[in-house]
Design a protein around this ligand. Structure first.
Ligand code: HSE
Length: 300
């Protein structure tokens, strides 16, 4: 049996929800996998520096999956088509990881539920924000205690759009985590708790008026600003052009603006292009729909 696995790009944090909030985007990687007599691994699309062998992150996670269920990984033919920009804060690693676990699960006859896969993914990734949105779709809130992950998701408003400014260069999440302080003032924690809750309400009640305050952050963005060219100017330009809210996407460097309609998204896109040009920041701007759906596994 052959399986087609589609995994969405995701944006995490959305400002205040550091390591907890995620959102699935309508932008997909595809993996086609089937048992075979011998290994054959192909990487298509965005394939620069992506190994087409067993050190490939997706294949590594197929292997980890089989190890976890106590069986040897059978040889397989795996064809990956990567469309999610790599190392930009749009969940490309989470997609590779989730894709690998889902491919393993499919080949093994689906012994694990999505919640069990989420816990496994969190064990490997260390934070459940992107993986949860990639598995379940929509706007997700996830938190964990030890190995146990609690996660809830809600369908995002259909008319809302994400406008993404994607820098031409990558930023390692590991490095972007090293610049964060170990301790934070209580006032900053209170600032973020209120805003993360407000942002959740914005999605639940489909109220874009809550996005402006709901995407503000004091836990990570101020410490990462120096790593991201043009960050304050681009965020300010997006808000001035009508975005409900704007934030660093995951650990960056991409920036996310949320708009209440595609008409406003066009204005925000133009403003981001103009500001990037004026500030000589190299990157591209994309308007993307939000995805109510998480990863899909389709037997072929
Ligand atoms: N929440 C992570 C971070 C990135 O900001 O470092 C996405 O998992």
């Amino acid at each position: 049996m052959r399986y087609q696995i589609d995994v969405p790009a995701t944006t995490a944090n959305l400002g205040p929800g550091f390591d907890c909030l995620g959102l699935a985007l309508d932008w997909w990687n595809r993996i086609v996998v089937e048992r075979a007599a011998e290994w054959k691994i192909q990487v298509r699309g965005l394939s620069e520096n992506i190994p087409a062998d067993k050190t490939n992150m997706t294949v590594e996670h197929m292997e980890l999956f089989f190890k976890r269920i106590g069986k040897p990984l059978p040889p397989a033919r795996v064809v990956m088509t990567n469309r999610i920009p790599i190392g930009r804060g749009l969940g490309s690693s989470a997609a590779a990881l989730v894709g690998g676990l889902l491919a393993g699960n499919a080949l093994a006859g689906e012994p694990l539920s999505r919640f069990e896969l989420l816990e496994l993914a969190n064990e490997f990734e260390g934070h459940p924000d992107n993986v949860s949105a990639a598995l379940f779709g929509g706007f997700t809130v996830s938190t964990f205690q030890g190995a146990r992950v609690t996660s809830a998701s809600v369908e995002p408003p259909r008319a809302w759009r994400a406008v993404l400014f994607i820098h031409d260069h990558a930023l390692s999440t590991k490095f972007a985590r090293q610049v964060l302080p170990k301790k934070i003032p209580r006032a900053d924690a209170v600032h973020n708790i209120g805003r993360a809750a407000l942002l959740t309400f914005a999605f639940l009640t489909e109220n874009p008026d809550l996005l402006e305050v709901g995407t503000q952050d004091r836990l990570h963005q101020p410490y990462r600003e120096h790593l991201v060219a043009g960050m304050p100017e681009l965020l300010a330009a997006a808000r001035a052009a009508g975005a409900g809210g704007a934030a660093l996407s995951g650990a960056g460097p991409s920036l996310l603006a949320l708009t209440a309609s595609s008409r406003i998204a066009t204005r925000v896109r133009d403003a981001l292009r103009e500001t990037a040009r004026a500030r000589q920041v190299n990157g591209s701007v994309h308007i993307v729909k939000l995805s109510a759906e998480g990863a899909r596994v389709t037997p072929m």
